[in-house]
Structures are given as C-alpha cells and as structure tokens.
Design a protein around this ligand. Structure first.
Ligand SMILES: Nc1ncnc2c1ncn2[C@@H]1O[C@H](COP(=O)(O)OP(=O)(O)OP(=O)(O)O)[C@@H](O)[C@H]1O
Ligand SMILES: [Mg+2]
Length: 147
C-alpha cells in the first residue's frame, strides 16, 4: 500500500489555526473518513496548534508551527511540532483541567481531548527542543489509495 505524506509550516498566529484545521481535513478526506472522524481530527489539530501558539510561543508570531500528516492505508499519523518553550512537567500538563493560563480562560482540556479522540498520543517536550505531539488514528473504513 502506498503511503501519502504532506508537510505544512506556518507562523504562530491565531488566524492560522483554522487554516491548519481545514488543510489537514482536506488532505485526510481522500481516505473517506466518517463525519465524526473528520470532526475529531479537526478538533485535535485545533487543540495542538492553539497550544503551540499560546503556550509554546506565548503569542510570539515569529515562531513557526510544523504539521506533518502521513496516510497509510486507513491509518492517519499526525505530528504537530513547535520550537517553543517546552513543557517542564509533562505528567502534570496531561492531567484534565491542568492549565498554566487560567487567566486566558483556558480550561486545561486540550491534552484530554487529544487522548479521547485519537488512538495514540505521544508527547515529547523539553525547554530546549520545544514540543512534538505524535497522534495516531485508525479510521473505521479502509480505502485504497489509488490516485
Ligand atoms: N506546545 C506547548 N508548549 C508549551 N507548553 C504547552 C504546550 N502545550 C501544552 N502546554 C502546557 O500544558 C498545559 C495543558 O495543555 P492543555 O491543552 O491540556 O490545556 P490548556 O491549553 O491550558 O487549556 P485548553 O486547551 O482547554 O484551552 C498548558 O496549560 C501548558 O502549560
Ligand atoms: Mg490547550
């Protein structure tokens, strides 16, 4: 089975969050996902990209967010990466309702949403390297990549 990959890099600006969500959804559409699967993937992209913009780069638009999507049969592999400030205590950050920005009306549910909607969530983060989120989702239908 042929794998199909795309990469996207954009400035850490909040108006690019919907661009990223729609672009990833358009790429994944070729696998014929259900509406629920597509909604879940779009939500997860929004959460991860928003985290990179508001936490990773703390609103600095000079930062860059990198997305990579690989389709392999009916499996979607999604990587969202920033070179921002990183996370010092990953276990704490993954707890439901934990947020370091309660003042910005964050609810601390981003990682919990990612874990609920995806089959696998791997977070690599350090103050030196920034943050990389690797997400895997198996779609219910299998469709051959024929074009
Ligand atoms: N890319 C990132 N770079 C640095 N810190 C991050 C990053 N992503 C998440 N974090 C840290 O992990 C915490 C938890 O993230 P999570 O997305 O679960 O909640 P939140 O962003 O604070 O709130 P919500 O997503 O509900 O608006 C954040 O408050 C932040 O401290
Ligand atoms: Mg968040």
């Amino acid at each position: 089975m042929t794998t199909n990959e795309m990469n996207l890099t954009f400035s850490a600006l909040s108006q690019n969050e919907s661009f990223a969500r729609v672009t990833v959804a358009a790429f994944i559409a070729q696998l014929d996902p259900t509406l629920d699967e597509l909604t879940e993937i779009k939500t997860v992209v929004s959460e991860a990209v928003t985290n990179s913009i508001i936490h990773g780069y703390d609103g600095n638009p000079d930062g860059k967010v990198h997305i990579s999507v690989t389709l392999d049969d009916h499996v979607v592999y999604l990587t969202i990466r920033d070179e921002g400030m990183g996370i010092t205590d990953l276990e704490e950050a993954r707890q439901p309702l934990f947020t370091t920005k309660p003042d910005l009306e964050r609810s601390g549910m981003g990682f919990t949403i990612m874990e609920n909607f995806m089959d696998d969530v791997i977070i690599d983060s350090s103050p030196e390297m920034g943050t990389t989120i690797r997400l895997t989702k198996h779609l219910s239908k299998s469709k051959a990549l024929c074009n």
